[in-house]
Design a protein around this ligand. Structure first.
Ligand SMILES: Nc1ncnc2c1ncn2[C@@H]1O[C@H](COP(=O)(O)OP(=O)(O)OP(=O)(O)O)[C@@H](O)[C@H]1O
Length: 264
């Protein structure tokens, strides 16, 4: 599994309106791994994730399991690729259970009732994100973190081999971040995960780091590699340091230094 490519994008330019947002993209995401996309604000991380999901047109080609995205029948593609966007709205009147059931739509025939397998997938996803006790509550009346966990459960309920998530940790407290980490590891053991993350300490727990800066790919490499750590620090203008704490890598902000001192 690790040698194959789950999703790839090759494009010279991605525009939103007239604005050039991404340029010179050539990225291959390995299957069976967790890739974290990181980089400064406005670098183009979310745009790149949307390109990989086929949600934003671009020149060049985007391929899912070696086949151009555009060639996939919509339902089949929806079963292959689960998506969690940033600040998603629109389902506030639905119960948490029904929101998670939306993740099963690609598996259901038009107007067909949910099957036992659909209900089982929903219950499993609710349990994985520890929101089973919220299942009868309306999405709109949940806290930010509860809501995010329900939306994560919806993405998990798709049971797609490729899971793309934009800032999945938004609003999650540290224990729930740790739970999410366990879920992602399990997910990557049988499939592929790509997540845009601002929490660099969490991103460094991934297998691969894809560093985006100024609309291009600055680096793509293993999270544990010194060259990746150097590239990460450089991408943030050396305003962060990467350190080893026991068996994990962490990134910490560096305080601004007086003009005459240099970063180490
Ligand atoms: N609809 C839009 N119209 C014009 N420019 C846009 C639009 N959406 C995003 N951009 C611009 O594209 C660039 C990349 O945005 P993107 O959201 O991909 O960045 P990001 O790396 O995810 O940022 P952040 O870390 O702040 O979430 C930014 O300069 C942004 O202002």
């Amino acid at each position: 599994m690790t040698d194959s490519i789950a999703v790839s994008a090759r494009s010279t330019a991605t525009r939103i309106g007239k604005a050039l947002i991404l340029h010179g993209i050539d990225v291959r995401i390995a299957a069976g791994r967790w890739t974290a996309i990181v980089g400064p604000n406005g670098a183009g991380k979310s745009t790149l994730l949307r390109v990989l999901a086929g949600l934003l047109p671009t020149d060049g080609t985007v391929q899912l399991h070696g086949r151009p995205l555009a060639d996939w029948p919509a339902r089949e593609r929806a079963r292959q690729l689960a998506w969690l966007g940033q600040a998603e709205g629109g389902s506030d009147d639905l119960s948490a259970y029904d929101v998670v059931m939306l993740g099963r739509l690609p598996h259901r025939a038009w107007l067909a009732p949910a099957s036992d397998a659909d209900h089982a997938a929903v219950r499993q996803a609710l349990a994985a994100m520890q929101v089973a006790h919220l299942q009868t509550r309306r999405l709109g009346e949940l806290s930010g973190g509860e809501r995010q966990r329900v939306l994560l459960a919806r993405a998990l309920a798709v049971q797609a081999p490729l899971l793309l998530m934009d800032e999945p940790l938004a609003h999650l407290d540290p224990p729930h971040q740790a739970d999410w980490l366990a879920v992602v590891r399990a997910q990557a053991a049988g499939g592929t995960v790509v997540s845009v993350l601002h929490e660099l300490g969490m991103a460094l727990q991934a297998d691969e780091l894809l560093i985006v800066k100024d609309g291009g790919i600055a680096h793509h490499g293993p999270c544990a590699s010194p060259s990746t750590h150097r590239a990460l620090q450089a991408a943030f203008d050396w305003r962060i340091g990467v350190y080893q704490v026991k068996d994990r890598w962490v990134a910490l902000p560096r305080l601004p230094q007086p003009e005459h001192e240099h970063a180490d």
